[in-house]
Design a binder for this molecule. Sequence first.
Ligand code: NAD
Length: 487
Amino acid sequence: MSVTTLTVGRLFIGGEWTDAADGGRMDVIAPSTGEKIADVARAGVADVDAAVAAARRAFDEGPWPRLSSRERARVLQRAYALMRERAEELAQLESLDVGKPITFARVVDVNNAAELYEYYAALGHRLDGEVREITAAAHAYIRPEPLGVVAAITPFNFPLILSSTKIAPALAAGNTVVHKPASDTPLSALLMAEILRDAGVPEGVFNVVTGPGSTLGDHLVGHPDVDKVAFTGSTEVGAHAAGLAGRSLTPFTAELGGNAANILFADADLDRAVHTIISAFVFNAGQFCMAGPRLLVERSLYGVVLGILKDAVPQVPFGDIADPATVIGPLASRTQLDKVSALVERARAAGARVVTGGHAVEHDGGFFYAPTVIADVAPDAEVVVDEVFGPVLTVQPFDTEDEAVALANGTPFGLASGIQTADLARAHRVAARLRAGITWINGWAVLDPSVPFGGVKASGWGREGGPEALQSYQKAHSIVFDLGGTA
Ligand code: NAD
């Protein structure tokens, strides 16, 4: 199946497939081979204007915000059903575009994305307002209303899931959307445009502009007709975009970088913990904002765990993304591969010990990097403090619970965290002290549409998932009747 048969590669604006106003195109490269698999429209600011105008019209004049929430929910439920019907197509596209092993594209990306539509369809069935008791002389009720035009900006690593975390609740609440996927991985967004149209999303309610963030991003974020920006991406770009949104006081949710600590106490079930530790840093080739790239090990286990990882990590199935057994695929771009390679080289030069991996791997011309474990690193080493975003694990020993907590909290980020221990009291005690949006105990990356995730500190603010995300696409409108009597 060729990718070009799966997507028309044009912009989706106002319910129509259109070319970029200046006719621009850009190549889409398969990370597993380094070869071009498709090309898509390269939108410019005129196309952003057209998409925002279509979304504005659909919000101000179209049926979508005026439908009952139940009617909208039915459309989202149909989108869920169509995603299930076209699951294999979505999985193949996501796998090729991002370089994901096919099993993960099927089981994680497509499943989770579809379930987000199912979940917000269910929540959308009951977007009830509230009556508030005030005084006998007045009557108040609170209407949850949509915000308007939502700009949904997503990164390269989980295009389908991270667009769904925004689009499903935004649509359920009655907003209209302009979606800008990452320029390296735009394909599933175009297939979703088709699916949402076929599910019955009216024209102009969902629009997709593909193109580089450097030219489109500022224009979209600062656009006077955008009422909310939902951004997922790096801390650097997120901070810049938040500043821009701040100038026009546009509500902004920021899901930014991560650098989670995984704390292993000596009392943990070691077999289970090792499995968790490895999957937490190799999943999606480490390009996972909630990966666990920093292992903190109680000192009595330090040498033992390094020995186990040295033997076990090279055994993780690596390579061909079409093979259902493959766990680790390539990095998503040449840029990402170069960035990870350079970071590990600098760590080595600074005296860190590479226990296994530590090099790129030639495989079919793709952007592969061997899963890597690094020991003997200082807590303030660049490879520990910065977000590496590759299959790289640093390992540091600790002596006390306090020290483990200090190391875990010792980077600018605060997205995810994990604790591996058999001591339940300790698990709860330590979890409460971790500065992170989510903490997994005796596992990793257990995610569900109903469980909110998001960051603190440099990992951003706002939550995706759960009713919390739905509320972030609504505003409370209080309507108060003066009943004319005496209080
Ligand atoms: P990025 O910040 O480079 O790009 C993210 C998106 O922003 C892309 O669509 C990009 O085109 C766009 N963009 C670029 N310049 C812009 C501008 N000036 N204004 C507005 N948008 C602009 O991030 P990336 O490299 O694609 O993704 C990796 C990063 O995303 C990592 O830091 C990772 O941790 C983070 N991430 C966070 C979460 C989360 O939920 N917190 C999830 C996934 C990824």
